[in-house]
Design a binder for this molecule. Structure first.
Ligand code: 8IG
Length: 264
C-alpha cells in the first residue's frame, strides 16, 4: 500500500476512535520520556498501537505501546505517540515513519520528537535534556522514495528552540547522529561521530524528522542524555542505566515538555 494512503487510513481510524477530527501537535515519546507527557493536558482517549492501522507495539521496555489524544489547557489537541518503530526492528523505513505521516494526516502542523541517547559532551551528565539543532543521518537510508528532493536547512525549528530556551535558559544544543543500532557504538565509532560534528548519538529521530519536514510539519527535537556515549565514560553502557536516568529526570523533563507545548 502507498505509505501516504496507509497514514490516511490510520488518521481516519484515530479520528473515529478518539472523536477528535484534527490534531494540532504530535509528540513522539522516546526512551526516558514515557511519563513526560503527563503534564501537557488531559488525556481524552488512549488507543493501543496494535489496533491502529500500520502500527505495532514496541519491543523495548521503557516505550509504551499506546497512542493518546490529549487536550491542553490552551485548547490544542496533542497526538501522543508512545509507540515508536525503530529502524533496527527491520520493518523498513516506511514503518519507522508511519507514525509521523499519520500525525501529518491527522492534521498536526508541529512535530515534537523526543529520544533517549548517548552524549559526547562530558558535561552532560545522565538526565540532561539537550535541544537538537541538526542531525547526521548515519543509517544510509531515507524515508523518501523516488525523486523526492527535500531541503533540510533549518530542519529543527529555531523558533521552537527559542521557545524552549524561554522555558529553561540553561538548555544547550547538540547535533544528533542517528546510528542504526541496536548495538551501541564502539568507542572508535563514538570518536568518529565526534569528529564529524555530532554531540549526541542514538537510534531514532533523524529519519522521522526528514519525514516530518517532507510532510510540511515544523519539527522540534529534544534528547535526554541518558548515558555518556561508549568510551566517553569509563563504565560500560546498560539499558538499566538508561531507564534509571529517565526516571530521575522525570519531573524536570515533564515540566519542560508541557511548558514548551503550551507556548507553541
Ligand atoms: I538511551 O549511547 C541510548 N540510545 N546509538 N548510543 C546509541 N543509542 C542510544 C544510546 C547510545 N543511548
Amino acid at each position: 500500500m502507498d505509505p501516504f494512503d496507509a497514514a490516511r487510513a490510520a488518521a481516519d481510524y484515530i479520528a473515529a476512535e478518539t472523536g477528535v477530527d484534527t490534531h494540532d501537535v504530535a509528540l513522539v515519546l522516546g526512551s526516558g520520556w514515557a511519563d513526560a507527557a503527563g503534564l501537557i493536558g488531559e488525556t481524552t482517549a488512549t488507543l493501543s498501537a496494535e489496533e491502529v492501522p500500520g502500527f505495532s507495539s514496541p519491543a523495548v521496555e521503557g516505550h509504551t505501546g499506546t497512542l493518546s489524544s490529549v487536550l491542553t489547557r490552551e485548547g490544542k489537541r496533542a497526538l501522543v505517540l508512545g509507540a515508536r518503530t525503530h529502524y533496527y526492528e527491520g520493518k523498513g523505513v516506511r514503518a519507522v515513519v508511519h507514525g509521523v505521516r499519520t500525525a501529518a494526516a491527522a492534521g498536526c502542523r508541529t512535530l515534537v520528537l523526543t529520544n533517549g541517547c548517548g552524549g559526547l559532551n562530558e558535561d552532560w551528565t545522565p538526565g540532561t535534556p539537550v535541544l537538537i539543532s541538526d542531525h547526521i543521518n548515519l543509517t544510509a537510508a531515507s524515508p523518501l522514495e523516488g525523486a523526492t528532493f527535500v531541503d533540510l536547512t533549518d530542519l529543527y525549528s529555531a523558533r521552537i528552540r527559542g521557545l524552549a530556551r524561554e522555558v529553561d535558559s540553561s538548555l544547550e544544543e547538540g547535533i544528533y547522529a542517528q546510528f542504526t543500532g541496536p548495538h551501541y557504538e564502539t568507542p572508535a565509532e563514538v570518536q568518529y561521530a565526534k569528529r564529524i560534528g555530532a554531540s549526541l548519538v542514538g537510534m531514532s529521530t533523524a529519519l522521522e524528522a526528514i519525514a516530518g519536514r517532507h510532510a510540511g510539519m515544523e519539527v522540534f527535537g529534544i534528547s535526554l542524555v541518558t548515558n555518556l556515549a561508549a568510551g566517553i565514560s569509563p563504565v560500560p553502557l546498560s539499558h538499566e542505566e538508561v531507564l534509571e536516568a529517565g526516571h530521575a529526570a522525570g519531573p524536570r523533563i515533564s515540566r519542560l515538555l508541557a511548558e514548551i507545548i503550551a507556548r507553541l
